[in-house]
Design a protein. Sequence first.
Length: 342
Amino acid sequence: MSQQASQSFWQAAGKRLWRDNLAKFCMAILAIYFVLALASKFGLVAADWNKGVGVSFANPNFMADEPNPFGKNSQMKPESVPMDDATRAVDPLASYEAQIEEAAKAYPAVEEKRAWSLPLGGDKWGRDVLAKAIKGGEVSITVGVLAALLAVTIGTILGAISGYFGRVIGDVLEWFYSIFTAMPYFLLVLAIAGAVGTKGIAAVIIVLGLTGWTSVYRLVRAEYIKQRGREYVQAADAIGASQSRMMFVHILPNVSHLILVQLSQLVIDFIKAEVVLSFLGFGVPLDSISWGVMINEVTVELVLGKWWQLATVAIVMSTFVVCFGLFTDVLRDAFDPKATRR
């Protein structure tokens, strides 16, 4: 009679996760985002995001209407162009397309064959909002993932040391932890960002990673305090295992599912923090692009009634954040050993 092999913790968690239809949907959406971010990183898509391909404030395709020869939404108005022989050569009775061609010949520097409309519209400089959203997603997702990895690494190491050894070492690390949690989080982020002084993606990752480790530290420390007295740790100590081996080979795998959930949550938190930092001028430089920079740009556009860049970045960012948040919830349920549903 064949015996069914027992499932490991990761196998059982993987099966619970895969049976969840919401998890499948979220993973599909997130996979699209990550594929687009990688494609943008290697220049396969959105490579010309910084190039003006349309007229100023080009309308989205779904609301495009007939432009004038100088661009309906362009800052260049027909009455601002001096009348000369070339301008008079444009026959007002000619067809609309002929007028556009004649105007382009007369003023090649003004009319550069730019598109009258773009898929999701254009910004003040005629840049494609869709390309900007893809490139901005690459930067924001990179910041969120790398900063989360840095924060989780710091929090895990410090939490493991504090929880396993305790006593004087634990008290010192607890005092260090209390310093970081005594100040409101965003004030601490802004203070460190101001102290760093430099701007750039690497600086944002370092600032967020150095300030976001506290939640991971608290969770890992509590788990190590609970796990260090278990039988399997005592057995490893009895056979002569080193302290570092017991900490990171025996105990760490038993708390890794909690760390993974924290990693997922921090990715969301850091993407939102990058948006705030970029909006306040402490994030990525203005010669680059991120979702936060795009939101910072729309403050002037909304006054002029140009809403499509804000709508695009809001929908793109909120979809990613909501899907990642829902995936974090189902991941937590799947990794819960006591989970009975699904």
